[in-house]
Design a protein around this ligand. Sequence first.
Ligand SMILES: NC(=O)c1ccc[n+]([C@@H]2O[C@H](COP(=O)([O-])OP(=O)(O)OC[C@H]3O[C@@H](n4cnc5c(N)ncnc54)[C@H](OP(=O)(O)O)[C@@H]3O)[C@@H](O)[C@H]2O)c1
Length: 256
Amino acid sequence: MDKSLHILITGASRGLGAALARGYAKHYGSELQLSLVARDKNNLLNSEQQCLNFGAKVNSYAVDISEPNQIIELIESLETIDIAIINAGITGDSHKATEPWQQQEAIIKTNLLGAMACTHALIPAMQKRASGSIVLISSVAAYRGFGLTPSYCASKAGLKAYADSIRDGLATQGVKVHLVLPGFIQTDMSNKFKAAKPFMLKADMAAELIINKINRGQWVISFPRLLSYSQRLLNCLPARWGDAILKRMGYGSPDK
Ligand SMILES: NC(=O)c1ccc[n+]([C@@H]2O[C@H](COP(=O)([O-])OP(=O)(O)OC[C@H]3O[C@@H](n4cnc5c(N)ncnc54)[C@H](OP(=O)(O)O)[C@@H]3O)[C@@H](O)[C@H]2O)c1
């Protein structure tokens, strides 16, 4: 390789993002340039060190992606990005079908608007070079919302719709958009989830799977298969049947 592969990862200080950074560092070693983004400097440095151990070159940026100007300015200042993994995300529970407004606003600003701001900043340079990949991390929750985490489901459904909407137009200009819809992954986020977590994967295993599928050029990456199909099937049922099934399984909004 004459030039290092440059990968940007948001939400890279812990969880899936840190596992993806480690996974790429393990694959590409000294041929890799990583730009890692998250808010917490100490966690970022810890994640950075794990990638340096594999020989990758790493720069970390303590930036809040829910502040669009900050993240747009950072992305525009970086040299050629080959792959951008837009992964940062937060969640929050509901009670009696409602969530505090601040929580709803923060979830949409981070998971949806933040991801769109990153994509917006990435597109012009990739269009100009007619190359580059943008990977948007959504969730199987995008297929069918449930009462436990309404704003989170809305943010991930919004991101899925956004990826589906821009994929073809950018593909014709040489820019790839990959949409990732994972089921449960063992991280701080899933630790907070108050219902059953079937088929949960370890973060490093999920990262390996995502990296392999991106390398194979898969546009939509959804796993585990059974959870992904169940969510899509629920969406085909009459709405109240789907609601009843989800509530029975503990994914409804708690009323006590
Ligand atoms: N875990 C699951 O079961 C699961 C399932 C499906 C999809 N996902 C998706 O996978 C992605 C990663 O989730 P995870 O499970 O790894 O969560 P996590 O362990 O809570 O990590 C979230 C990451 O995002 C960063 N982050 C959060 N808000 C940010 C902000 N405003 N600006 C910059 N960075 C921010 C966090 O770092 P700081 O706090 O330091 O900023 C952290 O690095 C999310 O988009 C999530 O929705 C997760």
